[in-house]
Design a binder for this molecule. Structure first.
Ligand SMILES: Cc1cc2nc3c(=O)[nH]c(=O)nc-3n(C[C@H](O)[C@H](O)[C@H](O)COP(=O)(O)O)c2cc1C
Length: 121
């Protein structure tokens, strides 16, 4: 996974950012970080993020989960500095960013997902 996904991802992030293209948070006007405290269940931030997305979508906004940043701000001195700078109180096992913005496209119908474990009669 590291060789096939994480490394190429960083390559794509850094190359594009040098060219002025931000593929980390897409220059979204609002980014919210959902994370846990030492007392929360790891699922808690994910549940909260999902509700925030539904709330925003119901207001006509667009949302996008960003999973690539959370792992990078958990350990090490740079991660701690980042957390301090942004008032993030804890490192946490699970966490996710959600981007919010004005949607560039309008959907006419929902996407049909192919969840492996969903069986239709
Ligand atoms: C948990 C999770 C993490 C994600 N992380 C990223 C990410 O770091 N960067 C990214 O460009 N898209 C990420 N995505 C994909 C987008 O949030 C979004 O799901 C994708 O663009 C497909 O859009 P759709 O769900 O409306 O079809 C993530 C999706 C999920 C569910």
């Amino acid at each position: 996974m590291f060789r096939g996904f994480v490394r190429p991802l960083f390559q794509i992030f850094t190359t594009n950012i040098k060219g002025g293209i931000n593929l980390v948070n897409y220059d979204a006007p609002l980014s919210m970080y959902f994370y846990g405290s030492p007392y929360t269940d790891p699922a808690d931030p994910i549940v909260a993020a999902t509700y925030a997305m539904i709330a925003a979508e119901s207001l006509g906004l667009g949302t996008c989960m960003i999973g690539s940043v959370h792992p990078l701000i958990q350990s090490g001195s740079k991660a701690r500095k980042f957390r301090e700078l942004h008032g993030i109180k804890f490192a946490s096992r699970e966490g996710v960013f959600v981007l919010f913005g004005y949607p560039a496209v309008k959907y006419n119908k929902g996407l049909t997902r192919t969840f492996a474990s969903v069986h239709t009669p």
